[in-house]
Design a protein around this ligand. Structure first.
Ligand code: PLP
Length: 370
């Protein structure tokens, strides 16, 4: 008998996550070798992975016939020592996206609600839609998280508030003071998920010590990742820090064996690769100058960024992204965020940034596309 598959309404409304285009795909489209393509689309580390991670992986040669350590014991111990928290407070996932998913599964249901700012990370928005919870989206007129408005919008149904700091795709930062005041003024039965995927890029002087906030607030989860500054996006490892009762609840909904052995080994070795992190942050600082000075020269508005990417108002984001492909450059349109005029550009190596600057000049000084 013919019949239609019966999907829940909230699943039918789901949109598939749109990532940056893969290098091979663009290489094929424009007929260039993959080695000539510069990907400035997914906020990856242009210097590659941490060398300590690479060495640890090579030395370990893990036995792939065995399941990985489900408790991620060595990696958890390394993160606990690095952050100065008990191991029970650390929850490891296959990327911080997976830890974010655990928070959503543990705290949201079709009868509860979450609050987040306009222009929040698409992966969070998707996770919320997956469980069918109500989303209350707070406008962000200045492209910053409006913490006062978030506070005002709390209803009895709200169990989880999501804040990315710095934000993606905006790159903007809420100050440590503002965040601390926000946490202090919050009802203790509302959990805050503070997503610090770009934590390592934020200068010390601007960075809040969010781990000390976890000590103070039992309703706070801080997430960080090995995908960005540590250069391990392809391996999938990230973590969350929360006091034990909340961390235990996240572990309850965690998919077993989700973090591979290779990811555990590499992430533990990368964690204290200070030399690599310093080089990464310095490369990013210089690249930010390089890219933003080009944008200024061209009269293109951009948002001040505390991360490893810049959001620029280029007029027609998707159109320009398409034209940049012909120069062998992949950047990220942000139409899925309702930002059709904008383009998110990840900061690359000095050479990649110079290529981008040349391509932007040739594409935008003709007066079209703006
Ligand atoms: C990149 C990113 C993440 C991290 O993703 P992983 O799953 O750890 O690779 C999380 N949050 C935001 C806002 C990001 O931009």
């Amino acid at each position: 008998m013919a019949g239609r598959l019966k999907y829940p309404e909230h699943i039918l409304r789901l949109k598939t996550y749109v990532p940056g285009l893969p290098i091979e795909e663009v290489a094929r489209r424009v007929g260039m070798p993959p080695s000539n393509i510069a990907k400035l689309a997914s906020n990856e580390n242009p210097l590659g992975p941490s060398p300590l991670a690479l060495r640890a992986l090579a030395d370990a040669a893990p036995d792939m016939s065995r399941y990985p350590d489900n408790d991620c014991t060595a990696l958890v111990a390394a993160i606990a020592a690095h952050c100065g928290v008990p191991p029970e407070w650390v929850v490891v996932g296959a990327g911080s996206e997976s830890v974010i998913g655990m928070a959503v599964s543990a705290l949201l249901a079709p009868w509860s609600a979450t609050l987040y700012s306009q222009y929040s990370f698409q992966a969070y928005v998707n996770a919320v839609q997956r469980v069918g919870a109500t989303a209350i989206v707070v406008p962000s007129p200045e492209f910053k998280v409006d913490l006062a408005a978030l506070r005002q919008q709390i209803t009895p149904e709200v169990t989880l508030i999501y804040i990315a700091n710095p934000g993606n795709p905006t790159g903007t930062l809420a100050s440590a003071r503002e965040l601390e005041d926000f946490l202090e003024g919050l009802p203790r039965d509302v959990v805050v998920l503070l997503d610090e995927a770009y934590f390592e890029y934020v200068p010390d002087s601007l960075r809040g010590n969010s781990v000390t906030w976890v000590h103070r607030y039992p309703n706070l989860i801080v997430t960080r990742t090995f995908s960005k500054a540590y250069g391990l996006a392809g391996l999938r490892a990230g973590y969350g820090i929360a006091q034990q009762p909340l961390a235990d609840t996240l572990r309850r909904v965690r998919s077993p064996f989700s973090v591979s052995q290779a990811a555990q080994i590499a992430a533990a070795a990368a964690l204290d690769d200070v030399e690599f992190l310093d080089a990464t942050v310095e490369c990013n600082r210089q690249g930010y100058e390089q890219i933003t000075s080009t944008l200024s020269e061209l009269g293109i508005r951009f948002l001040p960024s505390s991360a490893n990417f810049v959001l620029a108002n280029v007029g027609d984001g998707s159109g320009l992204a398409r034209r940049l492909e012909k120069h062998g450059l992949i950047v990220r349109p942000v139409t899925s965020y309702g930002l059709d005029e904008w383009l998110r550009i990840s900061i690359g190596t000095a050479q990649e940034n110079a290529r981008l600057a040349d391509a932007l000049k040739s594409e935008l000084s003709r007066g079209d596309g703006r």
